[in-house]
Design a protein around this ligand. Structure first.
Ligand code: ADP
Length: 448
């Protein structure tokens, strides 16, 4: 396939597909993209990436030949906690200011660089009802965001209004989510890329599907016959997925109960808090941690990177585990035997998360006939030769948490079998979600 096809159309139907591990996989919605990235995109392009604890502003220099990204600059900033539950105006004004500062640093920062009208790629990784390539309506918040006035509003419009307030002459040329941006970049570099998976603060995936395998798109013509399906897999749920009391309590206490069930078992926002809940119960029901520390009742006090640091503590007396229990959870003098137990809890929680994510990836490969079986929707069963298959992958949990990554790889090999798994490459695309959005913006503006 020489070009990634991207066109937007919203489907309200909730189709179903078979999910490896005997689960049924329900799509939350489709986002279907149809446009070209043909490698001829040129010049300097900007993108904004908002979708978790940090947001990024990016500048990408394109050389006009396939895979010729001449360079890119990125600046990351944490989203202040209070802005996650404030107003859309506060949030977008903050982002627009950061973008303005970033744009001003281009070249000599002279006024002309602000005067020129620019197209912007906007990666907005929350469930959106896509209205066009450059617009969409926020359906709901996830990952701890809860800005009530924003739900039901057109996202690109809110951003553009803030850009105007800040005196920036920019328009959103492509509104995508992080998985679609990651797939766009992955495919730009490597045409064997068929899917993208994000495992950071939250989790989601998208994949390339044959248009004729999408019921809603029967009869729709695209030049490559393929489309991108945004799965919103964080919202996958099935009664076959065993939930513990910790999962049930975490969900009930969250700002979005009964939502994002898969995400709450997998992603970085939640794993540390599951571990905290287990330790709290152990402390309440036994005396192994001494008197119950009040810190154990503070939601999200045990962040996932801290949990990872305990899990990966390789010192003989588990010093880091002892330090985090003492300094963060205010549980002093925990004996080695109990520290080992804490490591075991981290291990179980992470292993479960990684295996679920691997099952999701294997489910995609099965759906598109890249699991070695010929596939569920028209993979040619007579053609047994497994093609090289690349899955672009991004997100802090996957890239920074070694044990998580290893468990995910192990499970994928277990599910697919070694012979098939050797043809499947998980390729990290750093900042792919933002760079991909800049590429799509470039592609869209060059077409219009
Ligand atoms: P985003 O917030 O946009 O998803 P990232 O993809 O960088 O950004 O993911 C950040 C998330 O990754 C954090 O919220 C955290 O849960 C997780 N994370 C980051 N570093 C680590 C680490 N060293 N160990 C475990 N998890 C980590």
């Amino acid at each position: 396939m020489s070009a990634l096809e991207v066109s937007y159309e919203c489907c309200t139907e909730i189709p179903r597909m078979e999910f490896v591990c005997y689960l049924w996989f329900s799509f939350f919605k489709y986002m279907i993209l149809h446009a070209h990235l043909n490698g001829s995109e040129k010049g300097t392009h900007y993108a904004l990436d908002l979708g978790g604890t940090n947001f990024r502003v990016l500048r990408v220099h394109l050389g006009g030949r396939r895979s010729s990204i001449l360079g890119h600059d990125v600046e990351r900033q944490p989203i202040p906690q209070e802005l996650m539950t404030s107003t859309s105006e506060d949030l977008f004004d903050f982002i627009a200011s950061a973008l303005k500062e970033f744009v001003e640093k281009e070249g000599d920062g002279s006024e002309t660089s602000l005067d020129r009208r620019r197209d912007l790629g906007f990666t907005f990784s929350f469930p959106v009802k896509q209205m066009s390539v450059s617009s969409g309506i926020l359906i709901k918040w996830t990952k701890g965001f809860a800005i009530v006035d924003m739900v039901g509003k057109e996202v690109a419009g809110c951003l553009e209004q803030a850009l105007t307030r800040k005196g920036l002459n920019m328009q959103v040329a492509a509104l995508v989510n992080d998985t679609v941006g990651t797939l766009a970049l992955g495919h730009y570099h490597d045409e064997d890329t068929v899917a993208a998976v994000l495992i950071g603060t939250g989790t989601n995936a998208c994949y390339l599907e044959r248009t004729d395998a999408i019921i809603k798109c029967q009869g729709l013509l695209t030049t490559t016959g393929c489309m991108v399906v945004n799965m919103e897999w964080g919202n996958f749920w099935t009664s076959h997925l065993p939930r513990t009391t910790y999962d049930i309590d975490l969900d009930a206490d969250s700002p979005n109960p009964n939502d994002q069930g898969f995400e709450k078992m997998i992603s970085g926002m939640y794993l540390g808090d599951i571990v905290r809940r287990v330790i709290l119960r152990m402390a309440q029901e036994t005396d192994i941690f001494g008197p119950v520390s009040s810190k154990l009742s503070v939601p999200f006090i045990l962040r996932t990177p801290l949990m990872a640091a305990m899990h990966e503590d390789d010192s003989p007396d588990l010093q880091e585990v002892g330090r985090i229990l003492r300094d963060v959870l205010e549980i002093p003098d925990v004996p080695l035997k109990v520290r080992k137990l804490v490591v075991k809890v981290c291990d179980v929680v992470t292993r479960r998360a990684a295996r679920l994510a691997a099952a999701g990836i294997a489910g995609i490969l099965k759906k598109i006939g890249r699991d070695g079986s010929g596939g569920l929707t028209g993979g040619r069963r007579s053609d047994n030769k497994m093609r090289r298959t690349v899955v672009a992958i991004e997100g802090g949990l996957y890239t920074s948490y070694t044990m998580f990554r290893e468990y995910l790889h192990e499970a994928l090999i277990e599910i697919l079998g070694e012979e098939v798994a050797q043809h499947v490459v998980l390729k990290v695309t750093e900042d792919g979600s933002g760079i991909g959005a800049a590429l799509l913006a470039a592609s869209h503006s060059s077409q219009s």
